[in-house]
Ligand binder design. Structure first.
Ligand code: 13P
Length: 249
């Protein structure tokens, strides 16, 4: 049995006060049976880490740089994120890939540096609508996954997790159907199994893309969906907690 995990990716939203209040509200209602991780913007990391102190809720960064240190103005390293108390980091989010030019190789390096810094990376994979419509969804997702498997192996992968986020479902209100999501989650798990069967059974694969309180239950009922990476709906404590409770059921 894989323990469910629900993550809230706040992206570039909110101010300090809202971040702290949101974190406190999530802590007050988070169910015990689910891992809950919040991903505030960098500048709010320390305050959110303080706000969740002594609760089971954890905090992560939305990205890190692909080098350990150096002259990279504006960038933040995995060890810096660890140092302020973060336990997780998202790598390879489709917005990073599309807007900031993150490559498969760069994402794999970020994943490895997160492991070196002893924080758990969440590897995002997912195809665009054009890639899906041209029949390439599977090959795109497997290419993104393989880049990381090549670099860190199945044992390395196991220290983190995977999030399948079809790009066409992010922020669009158009969620993948539970069947579409399950199909890709099974493909991902099979790909890990070809490297290591035991790891494939233990690794958590989250779904992301317009997850809301009212569609979460059907998604979580699928055998290979182990939780969610929630964007928009994670900015509302009540709705986010509803999703967490659904995962706990
Ligand atoms: P939405 O839930 O807003 O579609 O965002 C999903 C996402 O990108 C989470 O990382």
């Amino acid at each position: 049995m894989r323990r469910p995990l629900v993550a809230g990716n706040w992206k570039m939203h909110g101010d300090l006060k809202r971040a702290v209040n949101l974190a406190r509200a999530v802590c007050a209602g988070a169910p015990d049976a689910v891992d809950v991780v919040l991903f505030p913007p960098y500048v709010h990391l320390q305050s959110v880490v303080d706000a969740v102190d002594a609760t089971s809720v954890e905090v992560g960064a939305q990205d890190v740089h692909s080098a350990t240190e150096g002259a990279f103005t504006g960038a933040v390293s995995a060890s810096m994120v660890k140092d302020v108390g973060a336990s997780h980091v998202i790598v390879g989010h489709s917005e990073r890939r599309a807007i900031f030019g993150d490559t498969d190789d760069g994402v794999a390096r970020k994943f490895a540096l997160a492991l070196d810094a002893a924080i758990a990376p969440i590897l995002c994979v997912g195809e665009t609508l054009t890639q899906r419509e041209s029949g390439n969804a599977e090959s795109v997702v497997l290419r993104q996954l393989d880049a990381v498997l090549e670099r860190v192996g199945a044992e390395g992968l196991e220290a983190g997790m995977i999030a399948y986020e079809p790009v066409w479902a992010i922020g669009t209100g158009r969620t993948a159907t539970p069947q579409q999501a399950q199909e890709m989650h099974a493909i991902i798990r099979d790909a890990v199994a070809r490297r290591d069967e035991a790891v494939s059974q233990r690794i958590r694969v989250l779904y992301g893309g317009s997850v809301k309180a009212d569609n979460a239950r059907a998604l979580f009922q699928e055998p290979d969906i182990d939780g969610a990476l929630v964007g928009g709906a994670s900015l509302n404590a009540e709705e986010f907690l509803e999703i967490c409770k659904t995962a706990a059921d």
